[in-house]
Design a binder for this molecule. Structure first.
Ligand code: ZN
Length: 196
């Protein structure tokens, strides 16, 4: 229960207007929901990028001003809601410099790594699912609505660069294809199967 400044329980919780973007934590990814499509077994959220860069429309090659050219879409798997896979369909604006003709697109780095198929929250969800909930990669990929390879590759890449985790090949495991993630600093005694 929320507490007041003096430590007493707040008599009435405060509610605000429902907001799909904040509920799905898309605001943390720099995205705004503009539409939803609920399909059998999955949800698709149409998003646009909340532009915060005041220089987004200025050419980094010649300093000239750009005009909107067209848009492209990028699809990302997001953390599932109620175990229903949630897909983000992001419309990305492309600009063309009126001076030198250089073309670029809006920055989506808050939402995901370049060329990634999982949003940053989806990646976190997958990693925590495997490390903390002992989920298999198959279950994680099912939750995200992506292929086993996509989920596995993303988790391996994220796990290998995370400072809180380190990867090891078990020395007491007879199966050489089995790899483990060891939560080094946080839970040094625990090992988790990542791929078999
Ligand atoms: Zn230019």
């Amino acid at each position: 229960m929320p507490r007041m400044a003096d430590g007493r329980d707040m008599p009435h919780a405060t509610f605000v207007r429902p907001d799909l973007g904040s509920f799905c934590r898309l605001d943390e990814l720099g995205l705004q929901v503009v539409g939803q499509r609920l399909e059998l077994g999955r949800a698709v959220l149409a998003c646009r990028i909340v532009e915060t860069d005041e220089f987004a429309r200025w050419c980094r090659r010649c300093g000239g001003e750009a005009a909107p050219r067209d848009s492209v879409t990028r699809q990302l798997a997001h953390e599932p809601l109620g175990w229903r896979p949630t897909t983000l369909l992001i419309t990305i604006r492309r600009y063309r410099c009126t001076g030198c003709g250089h073309v670029w697109r809006q920055d989506t780095s808050r939402a995901a790594e370049p060329r990634a198929k999982l949003s940053r929250h989806a990646l976190r969800w997958a990693l925590e699912g495997i490390v903390c909930q002992h989920l298999t990669v198959a279950r994680v990929s099912e939750g995200l609505g992506v292929s086993w390879n996509t989920a596995n590759d993303a988790v391996l890449a994220e796990g290998s660069k995370s400072s809180a985790t380190r990867w090891s090949r078990s020395t007491h495991d007879s199966n050489p294809t089995r790899r483990h993630i060891k939560a080094g600093a946080m839970q040094p005694s625990l090992e988790y199967r990542v791929c078999v």
